[in-house]
Each structure stands twice: as structure tokens, then as C-alpha cells.
Design a protein around this ligand. Structure first.
Ligand SMILES: Nc1nc2c(ncn2[C@@H]2O[C@H](COP(=O)(O)OP(=O)(O)OP(=O)(O)O)[C@@H](O)[C@H]2O)c(=O)[nH]1
Ligand SMILES: [Mg+2]
Length: 327
């Protein structure tokens, strides 16, 4: 049960870098009451190196996180790890696994580990996660890692909150086909083939390589790294690849559009959350009763002070990679 606090005292504790203040701030954000905090702290964000780590269940994300934390700590960097399981908000199985995988870092004051659940936040677990990243960044953690399970849409969104997105793949699981299907090619800055000790690891590596040869990338070409997260093999290479990507973002100025993209994403989540609540209220109020669905939608929109506009052209998104020989 959270103790009573005032915004001012929480901010004071946050500024004097009391880890409990960070924990409390994230809890406040998670419950959907983080607006004031973020308003005060947003100006201090943008310094952390943010890394999104996604991939199918059991691929070794938490083991990799733990290994990357070790690496970052060896370089003297403070680290935050956020574990998200958007696919099963009510089961904490995966989060429990993360806890076990990350135990060695629990007593390290410069490592802050947090699991996210979707509670009262307008933007759901993605919204709460976005707030947690901002808070860890504002708190002054050097590195913020976000681990999300799966390869579905919401996971992709969460991974994209970070400046560098690492996609972990599982040998012998048909992951290379999943990569194409789920549009992962579009979001991966770095592919990690974990469990490189697996007999199918080299085949997966070849498949991903030949898949990349079929594409023309504009800008950054995803790197491919093999790791054995348990033994730590390849983790130095992975860290170097992450640093290369971060350096590339800064050198080319691409960092600005990355940040703008994450910002727009969060704004969209918040605005959509508000609209959805309003919409549900309108529907319950009976404003839409007794007419056809189009008329009802118009009435709801009129109540919002917006009007339906089906003619609007939202533009076509710019693809990051195109298939060679097409177009
Ligand atoms: N053989 C082998 N096993 C590994 C390697 N890395 C991780 N594992 C094992 O794979 C299992 C899953 O690892 P986790 O790190 O929990 O995987 P995860 O992706 O975080 O799993 P979820 O969070 O449940 O999706 C554990 O038993 C690890 O010990 C590796 O490089 N080789
Ligand atoms: Mg995990």
C-alpha cells in the first residue's frame, strides 16, 4: 500500500536520487496518475541510452538482459530494466522468470529492476511503460532496457519506445518466417540469435542473412549477432553493436526523429485513451440510441466537437526497407 506523499516531497526525494522515490514515481504512473510528475520531469529526459529487447517466449531475453546489465555495470553505467508482459496481464509467470534471471543484480544499488503491469493507465501497459522509461531517464539512469515478450503489435510498439531495438530469435523455431510475417524486419536495429549453442543456430543465421540480402535498407542496416546468454558468449559483441547503433543515431541526426516518433507515439496513446473513455461514456449515455450506426457515430463525434471526415488522406508511411527488384 503506497504511503501518503505530496508531489513536492516525491519530487524532492526523486531529485536527491532516492531509489524509493523512483519506485514510487513509477507506481504512480502505472496507476494512471503520473501526469503531474512527468510534467515536472520531462525536461530532464533524453539522456539515457534506451534499449528495447523483444522476442518470443523463452528465447532468452531475461538472460540477455542480465548479461547486458553485467556488461553495462562493468563500464560503470547505472541501469534500469523494465519487464513487460503485454500478452498476459494477469499472469505473472514470465515476470517471475525475469525476477529469477535478474537476481544477481538485486543488491546492486545502481541497477533498478521493475516489472510493468497494465492497471489504470490510459495508454494501457504501453502507456505505463513509456512513463517508466521517461522516469528512469529523468532519474539519471545511464541505460534503460525494456524487455517485452512476443512478436505481436503491442510488443513492437513497446520496443519502439527505445532508441535501439534488439530482436532476439530462437533457433529451430521457424523464427525467420515470423520475422517476415510480423514486420519485425522494419523495427529491428539488431538481430540476436541467442542459444548459439543450439544445432539450428547457424541455419537461422543463414536464413536471416539471405533475407536481408533481398532488401534495400534506407539508413541503418540491421546487425546480426550470435549470443549464448547463459555463458555470456557474444554479449560483448552485442553491446558493441548497440553502441554502434547509438553512435549512428547521433552522428546522422536520426536520434531526433527516433525521439519524435516515441513522443508522438506516447501522445497518440494518451489522446486515444481519453477519446476511448469519452466514447464509452457517450455510448452509455444513450446518445446513439434509435438511429443507424452512421448517424449514431456522427452524433457521438458532434458531442466531441469533431466531425467525421472520411476523405482525409493520412499519407503513406515511409518504409525502412524495400524488397530488391520490386517497385
Ligand atoms: N542453451 C541455452 N539456453 C539458454 C541460453 N540463454 C538462455 N537460455 C535458457 O533459456 C530459458 C529461457 O530464458 P529466459 O531468459 O527466461 O527467456 P525469456 O525470453 O526472458 O523468457 P520469457 O520472459 O518467459 O519470454 C532459460 O532456461 C535459460 O537458461 C543460451 O544461450 N543457450
Ligand atoms: Mg523474460
Amino acid at each position: 500500500v503506497p504511503q501518503p506523499y505530496t508531489l513536492a516531497s516525491l519530487l524532492l526525494d526523486f531529485e536527491s536520487k532516492k531509489p524509493r522515490a523512483l519506485a514510487r514515481a513509477i507506481s504512480v504512473a502505472e496507476s494512471g496518475r503520473g501526469g503531474e510528475l512527468i510534467r515536472h520531469l520531462f525536461g530532464r529526459t533524453g539522456r539515457a541510452m534506451t534499449i528495447g529487447l523483444t522476442g518470443p517466449p523463452g528465447v532468452g531475453k531475461s538472460t540477455l538482459s542480465s548479461a547486458l546489465v553485467r556488461k553495462a555495470r562493468s563500464l560503470g553505467k547505472s541501469v534500469g530494466v523494465i519487464s513487460v508482459d503485454p500478452s498476459s496481464p494477469f499472469s505473472h509467470g514470465a515476470l517471475l522468470g525475469d525476477r529469477i534471471r535478474l537476481t544477481e543484480h538485486f543488491t546492486d544499488a545502481d541497477v533498478f529492476i521493475r516489472s510493468m503491469a497494465s492497471r489504470g493507465h490510459l495508454g494501457g501497459v504501453a502507456g505505463a511503460t513509456a512513463d517508466a522509461v521517461l522516469l528512469m531517464d529523468a532519474y539519471g539512469l545511464d541505460v534503460v532496457m525494456i524487455e517485452t515478450v512476443g512478436v505481436g503489435q503491442s510488443e513492437i510498439e513497446i520496443a519502439e519506445l527505445a532508441n535501439t531495438t534488439v530482436v532476439a530469435l530462437q533457433p529451430g523455431s521457424g523464427d525467420s518466417i515470423q520475422v517476415l510475417k510480423a514486420g519485425i524486419m522494419e523495427i529491428a536495429d539488431i538481430f540476436v540469435i541467442n542459444k548459439a549453442d543450439h544445432p539450428m543456430a547457424n541455419q537461422l543465421r543463414r536464413e536471416i542473412r539471405s533475407m536481408m540480402e533481398m532488401l534495400d535498407f534506407s539508413g541503418w542496416v540491421p546487425e546480426l549477432v550470435s549470443t549464448q546468454a547463459l555463458s555470456g558468449d557474444g554479449v560483448d559483441e552485442l553491446w558493441k553493436a548497440i553502441e554502434r547503433h547509438a553512435a549512428w543515431l547521433h552522428a546522422t541526426g536520426a536520434i531526433a526523429s527516433k525521439r519524435a516518433q516515441a513522443f508522438a507515439h506516447q501522445v497518440r496513446q494518451l489522446a486515444l485513451g481519453q477519446l476511448q473513455r469519452k466514447l464509452e461514456r457517450e455510448l452509455r449515455s444513450g446518445v446513439a440510441a434509435g438511429v443507424d450506426p452512421y448517424a449514431a457515430a456522427d452524433r457521438v463525434l458532434t458531442a466531441f466537437n469533431v466531425y467525421s471526415d472520411t476523405e482525409e488522406d493520412f499519407g503513406t508511411p515511409h518504409p525502412r526497407a524495400t524488397v530488391k527488384g520490386l517497385t
